[in-house]
Design a binder for this molecule. Sequence first.
Ligand code: HPA
Length: 274
Amino acid sequence: MNTITSAHIQEAAEYISAITAIKPEIGLILGSGLGVLGDQLEQPVIIPYQDIPHFPVSTVEGHAGELVLGRLSDRAVMLMRGRFHMYEGYGPELTAFPVRVMKALGAGSLLVTNAAGGINLSYASGNLMLISDHLNLTGRNPLVGANDSQLGPRFPDMSEAYSKRLRKLALEIAEESSIPLQEGVYAGLMGPSYETPAEIRMLRVLGADAVGMSTVAEVIAARHAGIEVAGISCISNMASGILDQPLSHSEVMETTERVKSQFLGLVTAFIAKM
Ligand code: HPA
């Protein structure tokens, strides 16, 4: 049940704005192994999650657990190096809490990134995938509980969860920069166990192109708040049962390390025009 109130959001936002005068236009959430983008910010102000009122602390290897505010591609951004996952034991409302704080600080758009397993057989590990839509298969939703109409509507529209305008822009930028970019549907599951081969076959039938354990709660909260969203997955591995090999978090980290420069190139060019 949702225990986050607008007072919690305000306290976190006030804490941040007391530290820095940067008013973020764009929020960025960086997935496993993709935190390197945080190093590209100019005049960065780094705030550890543990210092921010009501922020949970992320516990996963490859997720640093800090907010970085600064300028990237001449835009004011607030970047999350490390995010909160429901498999860590946080409810969806806590997972999505930083998105609410971004909104309170003035962000109008959000770029979410993640590492994901490739389900579409035409994908290969190391591909980047623009998220066209998602399947929320976590069984949870950050908006369950009393609705604060100051934050958004009771029944928010999700027919364009991932902005058409931003998707078109991302595809144009990828083309101009000769960065291959797949486009597909992201299935968000609770985790933390990876899927079985049977689950992957099921997800393919359901229309998923990639699978991961994040993103959907954050995007639901962002759309509730009227934030325009874009999402990019790094296909860090082919999903369970596709190749004759077990899945591991170290493979995820190795692949994200390998595609780092493409990822950075795409995202920095994208941010400039978002
Ligand atoms: N499944 C779920 N989550 C993931 C995967 C996967 O194969 N790869 C990276 N995150």
